[in-house]
Design a protein around this ligand. Structure first.
Ligand code: BGC
Length: 733
């Protein structure tokens, strides 16, 4: 790898040779799917393109790269960017599910496999990880992030960057990563995707930005600016975010790409006067590369000629893009070896990892009477019922466009694989569901929509499913959402289980047969009508290609659920946004008169942040500190004993929460500041230790307008979720 001085020389050398048009070309990302008057081949030959997006065909990638390297004047290779979100061909659980594993090592391995497969096919840049904090389940893109918490979000951001990029940018078999969407995108008003976000600086600094900062600390090469207005300034033209925070405070040296079309959209927002102004304002805010809109290509040169943009500013924008291409050794190795692709995509260890990731992402939400793991010795017939029980497409997410639904093991298949001929497994769909407004992804992929069932057919299918449940010994009911019901442009107002699923659950439960409910979905859903009607609920999210096998492993106890929620699960959409790290009110205790709450339902979530059951039980004891008083800047160590007090082996996610009791500002009731997923055999006890240093004890104070660590008293709780009771305190002097 070139030293930074050599890299600098090469960048300078190129910049000196480049025409203004070629420089603007490097700032431009285009693709065949974007309507254009000039064929993409010509644009590449003329040096008008720095990067191609939405292309995954290896032969076409090689062809375009040959054009760039052999037929453009300066032979600068292209970056090929794509959304490789949770797998390329081997689709893994969706990101919110991966986060529910609370296992950064697993997440890093998953994204390393995704990178390996993508890179083999010519993709050298992924638009991931998405590190937006989301506290509103109505927002469809909650599925793409790690949930509501900045500490966990930061850990997952780091793990993903390391997985995608490897030890450093340019690691063989890896891709360039992109932290998106900078910033505040998850705070969309009303949970409506793309809507404006109003995030005060204290929330931005303490909650929304830390995962981005973590991605940067892990060496992420690129950032993507978000679509929406942040505090009235569109993120793509937002100098505060892109210049002051990202470059000047954080010292980011890579490059920023806009979200798709968001440079042109500065005019649509009513922020820029016209497209020329949009190009000027995005560039001067700090967006290096224009994704898809051609606004830079068509308008920047005029601004330079008019003297509105100095050439030096263009040069500064081009430099990190060239430096990245050099660091990735694209000049030396621009092409891929197509003969290697098949063996890489078919590597059996990729599917094994997908199975283990799906097992580790699952969260057991309810298990009355220990229905799970299923006791199968006396079972002769098992009904697998529900609209997601035999679906391949819906075990992947909307982003899994390079995956192949045919690779997916459905729940019915997984269960049949598991029980063989010992038990008769029968399937009934029961109900169907669809979106009221079509999905962007279905439209883009040209997927035909199924003809809706007639009223008579709906009733007949429901009756058939209930009849099957009635004559079976045991029922596995698989409900939730279609893959297209979460993700981009998939916000949902009600959070209710779509279609007639609630009716199906009630009718199946009324047969009196034991029912294990398996949830396949991208976001928390309103379970208020059904949670108490079934003894067991296993949340498996959109679990990926090995979903069916992993679910079967979990249902029979060949694997044990050990995941925990990374979002507070609301009782209904009316509670959104909801998050555990809120501040205290002046009436925090549960006094019936004055407590801040709704008059119709409690304020608490249905399942708290960090919650998840196991097939065994854990006991926490003996929380202790190495010192009960420390000076600012010192580190306090907290230890706790955790014991498996049940009969089966299991994993526990040990969590530490902190509360600063007083200070220059009010602080949240609790904040996650440490976690560890550990495996314990029956009867086994382990000591888990956490370190609380300046990073954990500091916060951005809106009163002081800066980062502070204050000499105050702190509460500490350790336990298995955000309601943990085991408590101690310490003082910072
Ligand atoms: C999304 C981004 C994505 C981009 C490119 C946009 O619509 O907001 O997350 O990376 O498209 O596919």
């Amino acid at each position: 790898m070139a030293s930074s001085a050599q890299e600098n020389d090469r960048v300078n050398d190129l910049v000196q040779q480049m025409t203004l048009e070629e420089k603007i070309g490097q700032l431009t990302q285009l693709g065949q799917y974007i309507p254009d008057t000039v064929p993409i081949d010509d644009r590449i030959r003329q040096g008008q393109v720095g990067s191609i997006l939405w292309l995954s065909d290896p032969a076409e990638i090689n062809r375009l790269q040959h054009l760039a390297v052999e037929q453009s004047r300066l032979h600068i290779p292209l970056l090929f960017g794509l959304d490789v979100i949770h797998g390329f061909r081997t689709i893994f659980p969706m990101p919110l599910a991966l986060a529910a594993s609370w296992d950064p090592t697993l997440v890093e391995r998953v994204q390393a496999v995704a990178a390996r497969e993508a890179r083999a096919c010519g993709i050298n840049w992924t638009f991931a990880p998405m590190v937006d904090i989301a506290r509103d389940s109505r927002w469809g893109r909650i599925i793409e992030g790690a949930g509501e918490d900045p500490f966990l979000g930061a850990a997952m951001a780091k793990a993903q960057v390391r997985g995608f990029q490897g030890a450093e940018i340019g690691s063989p078999g890896h891709v360039l990563a992109c932290a998106k969407h900078f910033a505040g995108y998850g705070a969309a008003d009303g949970g409506r995707d793309y809507d404006s976000a109003y995030v005060p600086e204290t929330l931005l600094r303490n909650v929304y930005l830390p995962p981005f900062r973590a991605a940067l600390d892990a060496g992420v090469g690129t950032f993507m600016s978000a679509y929406m207005d942040l505090n009235d300034v569109p993120a793509t033209g937002n100098r505060f975010l892109l210049d002051r925070v990202l470059r000047r405070e954080w010292g980011f040296r890579g490059f920023v790409v806009s979200d798709a079309n968001s440079v042109a959209d500065l005019a649509t927002h009513g922020f820029a006067r016209d497209l020329q102004d949009a190009a000027f304002r995005a560039l001067s805010a700090g967006v290096n590369m224009d994704m898809a809109s051609r606004t830079y290509l068509e308008h920047l040169a005029t601004s330079v000629q008019k003297g509105r943009i100095p050439v030096a500013v263009i040069d500064e924008a081009v430099r990190p893009i060239l430096a990245t291409k050099i660091r990735m050794e694209l000049f030396e190795h621009p092409y891929i070896d197509e003969s290697q692709i098949q063996s890489i995509l078919a590597a059996p260890e990729h599917r094994q990892l997908a199975r283990s990731a799906a097992q580790r992402s699952a969260v057991l939400l309810r298990n009355e009477g220990q229905l799970l793991p299923l006791k199968l010795h006396d079972v002769k017939s098992l009904a697998v019922i529900g609209p997601l029980a035999d679906s391949q497409q819906d075990l992947m997410s909307a982003w899994a466009m390079t995956g192949n639904p045919k690779d997916v093991i459905t729940v019915v298949e997984g269960i049949r694989n598991k029980v063989g001929n010992r038990i008769q497994v029968e399937y009934a769909q029961g109900v169907e569901m669809s979106r009221k407004y079509p999905s962007m992804f279905d439209v883009l992929m040209g997927r035909p929509q199924p003809t809706p069932w007639t009223e008579a057919q709906s009733q007949a299918e429901l009756d058939r499913a209930v009849e099957l449940a009635g004559r079976s010994d045991l029922v596995v009911l698989v409900v939730g959402e279609l893959a297209t019901m979460s993700g981009e442009l998939a916000s949902q107002a009600s959070l209710e289980l779509p279609g007639r699923q609630v009716e199906l659950i009630k009718a199946v439960a009324a047969t009196g047969k034991p029912v294990a409910l398996v949830l396949v979905n991208g976001r928390p859903l309103d379970l208020s009508q059904v949670a108490e009607r079934v003894p067991a609920i296993l949340e498996v999210w959109h679990p990926g290609v090995e979903g069916g096998n992993a679910i079967a492993d979990l249902l029979v106890g060949d694997a044990a659920p050990g995941g925990k929620l990374t979002v507070s699960w609301p009782r209904g959409a009316g509670q959104c946004p909801i998050y555990y790290a809120h501040n205290l009110t002046h009436q925090p205790d549960a006094s019936p008169m004055f407590t801040s709450r709704y008059w119709d339902i409690p304020s608490s979530p249905l399942y708290p942040f960090g919650f998840g059951l196991s097939y065994t039980t854990f006991t926490y004891s003996n929380v202790r500190l190495d010192q009960a008083e420390a000076r600012r800047g010192e580190t306090i160590h907290v230890s706790v004993d955790v014991e498996n007090t049940g009969e089966r082996p299991g994993d526990e996610v040990v969590q530490l929460y902190l509360h600063q009791c007083a200070g220059s500002t009010s602080r949240p009731v609790r904040e996650l500041k440490g976690f560890a997923r550990i495996a314990l055999a029956p009867g086994e006890k382990k000591v888990v230790q956490f370190a609380l240093g300046p990073d954990e004890l500091s916060f951005w104070s809106s009163a002081e307008n800066t980062w502070v660590q204050e000499a105050e008293t702190f509460d500490v709780w350790v336990g298995g979720d955000s309601t943990a009771a085991l408590h101690t305190t310490f003082k910072i002097k």
